[in-house]
Design a protein around this ligand. Structure first.
Ligand code: GRF
Length: 218
């Protein structure tokens, strides 16, 4: 069983964390061993508490107000994470960019959920209608949805990807698409996309937590 740590902020309501809590063990071969928040009032902390999952708050604004460097925050985050020895770290609504130095401690083991359709190998993602998707790079939450609506894109989507030092880039694990309806508002579209996000988060972990196959030599 893989050990999963989930990083959250207060950008959303922790609904993806909830989907991972609900699916743990039965939906994927993993268990959430810690939920760590960069904000003290993230609702995901309540969800974790109710599910008996250990929580930690590493309040980023306290560091900023005290004039402490970002590198110190990351170092402390590494220490907190190391206590739980995670096999995988999942950013589900986490708002801080993680540096190359941080990622060196957990190589290829940090996943992010981005509310846009990321391409790969420098190529944008092609939508089912042939059009290129707006990757919504650098945009979080509702701002990404607003951009999709403003551009008149026929689909909105989110991407689970491995975190690399460049922002909103890295190998794609899974994408989820929803069709934009004519009468969609930011709220209605984001609501449907969240449902899809919950599916791809769980399915990504189902695939990544699968035990490795042993090929026996005859
Ligand atoms: C998600 O939409 C995700 O794509 C983005 O932050 C949001 C978090 O939502 N990175 P929630 O807190 O899981 O509801």
């Amino acid at each position: 069983m893989r050990r999963i740590a989930v990083l959250i902020s207060n950008s959303g309501s922790g609904s993806n964390l909830q989907a991972l809590i609900d699916a743990q063990t039965a939906g994927y071969d993993g268990q959430i061993v810690a939920v760590i928040s960069s904000k003290p009032h993230a609702y995901g902390l309540v969800r974790a508490y109710e599910a008996d999952i250990p929580t930690e708050v590493l309040d980023f604004s306290e560091y900023r107000e005290a004039g402490k460097p970002r590198s110190l925050y990351e170092q402390d985050l590494v220490h907190v994470l190391q206590k739980y020895a995670p096999d995988l770290i999942v950013c589900a609504g986490w708002m801080l960019v993680l540096s190359e130095n941080f990622l060196r401690y957990f190589p290829w083991r940090v996943l992010n959920l981005h509310p846009g359709l990321l391409g790969e190998d420098g190529q944008p993602f092609r939508l089912p209608n042939g059009q290129f998707a707006d990757p919504c790079t650098g945009l979080a939450g509702e701002n990404a949805i607003k951009a999709v609506l403003a551009a008149g894109q026929p689909f909105a989507g989110s991407t689970v990807h491995v975190v690399v030092p460049s922002v909103d880039a890295g190998p794609v694990v899974m994408r989820g698409l929803v069709r934009v309806r004519q009468d969609d508002t930011v709220d209605s579209l984001y609501h449907r996309l969240k449902g899809k996000e919950h599916e791809i988060m769980v399915e990504s972990l189902r695939q990544l937590c699968r035990p490795a196959k042993t090929v026996r030599q005859e």
